[in-house]
Design a protein around this ligand. Structure first.
Ligand SMILES: Cc1ncc(COP(=O)(O)O)c(C=O)c1O
Length: 430
């Protein structure tokens, strides 16, 4: 026990953000390169998109070289975000993701979706309240809602087998009612439902009719419904390069304008700029936004970043081709993975969007326990040098399921990773 810290500070010393970070940083010192380090590690565990950075980088460099920085950038601005930036952001979201007009007064920004999740749940929930989340889901939600806000996570189990996810997300009102009743029976308050669409890690989405049903259930039960559309433009195209069916929750929000409905977004994934730290909350609940304004000072986005990105978000010549090219690159990488998995008969979820393939390697597990799960994940890494995201923390039942991020390395590195996984699987099977 270190007595220099508070009790909660001490808890934070021992509570890691992610169980795979230590290995990730170790592996990052010995990364694969086709000629310089052909036996190096290939890390496919962190949700980043590097595929379109070169074209965005050019754009940012041109702005830096040709434009003078406005004076407002050097001072303080609104804690919800600079009004000019929020205007550009509202335009971008309305045109490209939401496909419906939203006023910039419904938006607030923070340093990444991480901060957005933390501040929103702090405002909507009291300590000990429950956030229901369909499993499997983003492990870091647990820390984002829990660390400061003291909100607890309840994982809703909505399916037995990953093949149940191939026709869209199977979450139903029956699952929600069961979760709600269990939470009430335990003497707790079900306060929030968090959906991620496209989902992390499954890549599934909810049909608009399903979302409407869920919305009505949430409002009827005074449960806040938050849909995280952080992967909303990271969609997988079909063979004719057509977009899949994905309708933003913003259309329902716009129609209903209920104080129980909210949407999260971030530029981290769709624009591949997780280091710029821009997360977004969208809500018609004025009290939520007022409270957000009063609490957001420690989480604000740099004015320089807002000024720079404001120009990109309002550039309607650049954006359509950037978004489409990015989707083509994501689709290409997704297919590198899924073609190989098909050839090897490894089950996976056929994603509508996101940066992930959620795959089932349970055929190779020796023991159906958390230890067996961890052993298989490490065995794949030790024998192939390919680091997948481990299954722990996603909240699902079952073992041997891992997340593969296909957008965080160039496609030739991804091919190498899949060849190594093929060798691993074949040596196991023979
Ligand atoms: C579902 C989900 N929400 C939030 C985040 C955090 O995003 P940001 O980098 O904007 O903080 C991630 C990152 O992986 C995510 O997958």
């Amino acid at each position: 026990m270190n007595h220099t810290l508070s009790i909660r500070g001490q808890k934070a010393v021992d509570q890691v953000l992610r169980s795979d970070f230590e290995i990730f940083f170790e592996a990052s010192k010995d990364l694969f390169h086709p000629t310089e380090n052909p036996d190096g590690k290939i890390t496919l565990n962190v949700a980043e998109n590097v595929l379109s950075w070169p074209s965005l980088k050019d754009k940012i460099e041109i702005i830096t070289l040709t434009q003078s920085i406005p004076d407002w950038v050097a001072g303080y601005t609104s804690c919800l975000g600079n009004p000019d930036f929020l205007e550009s952001l509202a335009g971008f979201l309305s045109r490209y993701l939401f496909k419906c007009e939203i006023p910039s007064e419904t938006l607030g920004i923070s340093a990444g979706a991480t901060a957005i999740v933390e501040v929103t749940s702090w405002i909507l929930c009291d300590r000990g309240d429950i956030a229901m989340i369909p499993a499997p889901s983003y492990p870091v939600y647990t820390m984002d809602i829990g660390n400061k806000g003291g909100v607890e996570r309840y994982d809703i189990i909505s399916h037995n087998d990953i093949s149940d996810l191939n026709q869209g997300h199977p979450l139903s009102i029956k699952h929600l009612s069961k979760a709600y009743n269990e939470i009430i029976s335990a003497g707790k308050r079900p306060r929030m439902l968090i959906l991620t669409a496209p989902d992390n890690p499954t890549g599934t989405v909810y049909s608009i009719s399903k979302l409407k049903e869920i919305t009505a259930w949430c409002i009827g039960n005074e449960v806040h419904l938050v849909v995280n559309e952080i992967y909303g433009l990271s969609l997988i195209l079909d063979n004719e390069e057509q977009l899949p069916e994905f309708i933003s929750f913003a259309t329902i929000m716009e129609e209903m304008k209920s104080p129980y409905l909210h949407l999260w977004y971030s530029l981290s994934k769709d624009l591949g700029i997780s280091g710029f730290r821009v997360g977004v909350v969208h809500s018609y609940n004025n009290s939520l936004l007022k409270a957000y304004d009063n609490l957001n000072a420690p989480h604000m986005v740099s004015n320089h970043t807002q000024w720079m990105l404001g120009q990109i978000l309002s550039d309607d010549e650049f954006l359509p081709s950037y978004i489409h090219e990015n989707q083509k690159r994501l689709t290409h990488s997704f297919r590198i993975v899924t073609d190989k998995l098909d050839a090897l008969s490894i089950p996976y979820v056929n994603a509508t969007g996101s940066l992930f393939v959620w795959l089932d390697m349970s055929e190779f597990i020796q023991e159906q326990t958390p230890e067996g799960d961890h052993h298989l994940w490490m065995d794949i890494y030790n024998k192939t040098g390919v680091l997948l995201t481990p299954g722990d923390g996603f909240g699902h039942e079952g073992y041997g399921l891992f997340r593969l991020v296909y957008s965080c390395v160039p496609s030739d590195h991804l091919k190498e990773a899949m060849d190594r996984i093929e060798t691993y699987i074949q040596s196991f099977r023979t």
